[in-house]
Design a protein around this ligand. Structure first.
Ligand code: KIV
Ligand code: ZN
Length: 522
């Protein structure tokens, strides 16, 4: 067995709040950044690049707020290679116990000639003088030759040596445009760490973009070539197609230590919570099929896979959902599921049923699965207890009236007034405000039914040939997901009706007798 101490430590430098935040659709307010910074601290990342202080007063304030509050990771600000930027960065990180200024300048022919209009010599001089200045302003300085991958190798090594000589402790090699390949970058890191004067006294870092979908693979290849810091972002966000995804790089190193022989200090069980926190504050859902943190990453619907996973989950899983902090619900019941999975879920819900009962329920289960995205626990309870409605779904609440209001001219918040009736005769009307009228309607439905639902997915399809809108709502209640489908002439009516179908299932599950005590048709 390899001794853990023999494996080199790879630092995780998180740039979610800088490169990530720079991308369209991902900008964050200071409170939102603080939420993400706390998640990064819980992950135990080595460095948080909290922003680009010189970019705006708001950016500087956000870096400073994070530097004041977050303890543990080193707090870093980006700065162009000029004194004003560096001073702004050093000021913003000043309150942190551990601080860093990360300064950069373009070195490739395109950057030199088209953007900077500086000669090679002028850039080398700037690196020597200004990195030295940065070292006098901050205890820890990182230098990046921007667009390093497209920089002539003999010039790149000169730039790197100038920065090392001026006092930089970390040399970051960015693939600014996501152009490199695994073999090329591995070889480049081996070349620089083996040949640059002073290389032994610095940490080499890799910063990859995902334009060709290779950011994670290239970052890992750089580690094989000698990189000891990976710059990455939660959910892989960043300029254009994004940066190297932290969760993927970290889990690759953790799952294949036999191959990479390196380790990080990341608390992997905090990966999923961090991914969810970022998704919530930026209003960008995590794609279902996202590696490591997507809903499907540990889910199995195909019958053959479910059979294998129920026998031994290693048949189709290389990591545990728990290891990345994901609630494990690996068996998703849908139209591809078989009897093994259905029987296992019935048993997990606490029912004791005979094999024949499973056989009897199975055709109903399949026809229900054909009409929806996912068969929920509430559906199973209905099927087993025989309480399903004509459409295979039921629940105690009926929607009676939907009134929505959104004034574009004055600044009142949109609101909705919803009336619903319970099967026991109880009739309730509630008015709620929301971000929009549909959001307000969802809040009113939750208030009436006393089910704390959060919309997770809302798909709306206008079917022009039929003049209707088909809606599908996936609603999160606690750790469970409920799916509702509905159709209506109006888009809002369809959305609210689908939401109610999902909420009804949660309400049913809440009020059904303790499943554990049931023996049904055994
Ligand atoms: O992609 C890039 O080159 C950067 C640098 C500022 C490191 O983000
Ligand atoms: Zn970048």
């Amino acid at each position: 067995m390899t001794e853990a101490t023999a494996e080199p430590h790879v630092k995780i430098f998180d740039t979610t709040l800088r490169d990530g935040e720079q991308a369209p659709g991902f900008s964050m307010s200071t409170p939102a950044k603080l939420i993400v910074a706390r998640a990064l601290r819980d992950l135990n990342v080595d460095i948080i690049e909290a922003g680009f202080a010189a970019a705006s007063p708001g950016d500087a304030a956000a870096v400073e707020t994070i530097a004041k509050e977050i303890e543990g990771p080193r707090i870093c600000s980006l700065a162009r290679l000029n004194e004003a930027d560096i001073e702004a960065a050093a000021r913003a990180v000043e309150p942190a116990k551990k601080k860093r200024v990360h300064t950069f300048i373009g070195t490739s022919p395109l950057h030199r000639e088209a953007k900077l209009k500086l000669s090679k010599e002028e850039i080398l001089k700037r690196i020597s003088e200004t990195v030295r200045f940065a070292c006098s302003a901050c205890e820890d300085v990182e230098f990046s030759p921007e667009d390093a991958i497209r920089t002539e190798r003999e010039y790149l090594i000169e730039a790197v040596e100038a920065a090392i000589e001026a006092g930089a402790k970390t040399i970051n090699i960015p693939d600014t445009v996501g152009y490199t390949t695994t073999e090329e970058i591995k070889e480049l890191f081996a070349f620089l760490s083996g040949n640059a004067r002073g290389a032994e006294s610095v940490t080499f870092s890799v910063h990859c973009h995902d334009d060709l979908g290779m950011a994670v693979a290239n970052s890992l290849a750089a580690v094989r070539g000698g990189a000891r810091q990976i710059e990455c972002a939660i959910n892989g966000i960043g300029e254009r197609a994004g940066n190297c995804s932290m969760e993927e790089a970290v889990m690759a190193l953790a799952t294949r230590t036999d191959f990479f022989r390196s380790k990080t200090q990341i608390e992997t069980t905090k990966l999923y919570p961090a991914s969810v926190a970022l998704s919530r504050v930026t209003h960008n859902p995590i794609p279902r099929n996202k590696a490591v943190v997507g809903k499907n990453a540990f889910a199995h619907e195909a019958g053959i896979h479910q059979h294998g996973v129920l026998a031994d989950k290693r048949t189709y899983e290389i990591m545990d959902a728990e290891a990345v902090g994901m609630p494990s619900n690996s068996i998703v019941l849908g139209k591809h599921s078989g009897k093994h999975a259905l029987a296992a879920r019935i048993e997990a819900l606490g029912f004791k049923v005979s094999k024949q009962k499973v056989e009897d329920i199975f055709p109903m289960f399949k026809s229900l699965a054909d009409t929806c995205r996912e068969v929920t626990d509430a559906d199973i309870v209905q099927l087993v207890t025989g309480n399903a409605g004509a459409d295979g779904r039921a629940g105690p609440w009926r929607l009676r009236r939907v009134e929505l209001r959104a004034d574009v001219e004055d600044d009142t918040r949109p609101f909705a007034r919803i009336t619903m009736k319970h099967d026991n005769g109880d009739r309730r009307t509630v008015t709620c405000e929301g971000e929009g009228p549909i959001d307000a309607a969802f809040a009113a439905v939750c208030a009436i039914t006393d089910v704390p639902g959060r919309i997770n997915v809302l798909d709306l399809h206008h079917v022009a040939s039929e003049g209707i809108v088909r809606a599908e709502a996936v609603v999160e209640v606690g750790e469970k997901l409920f799916t509702g489908k509905a159709e209506a002439v109006d888009i809002a009516d369809a959305a609210v009706a689908a939401f109610v179908v999902a909420i009804n299932q949660a309400a049913m599950l809440k009020t059904s007798p303790a499943a554990g005590e049931m023996a049904v048709g055994a």
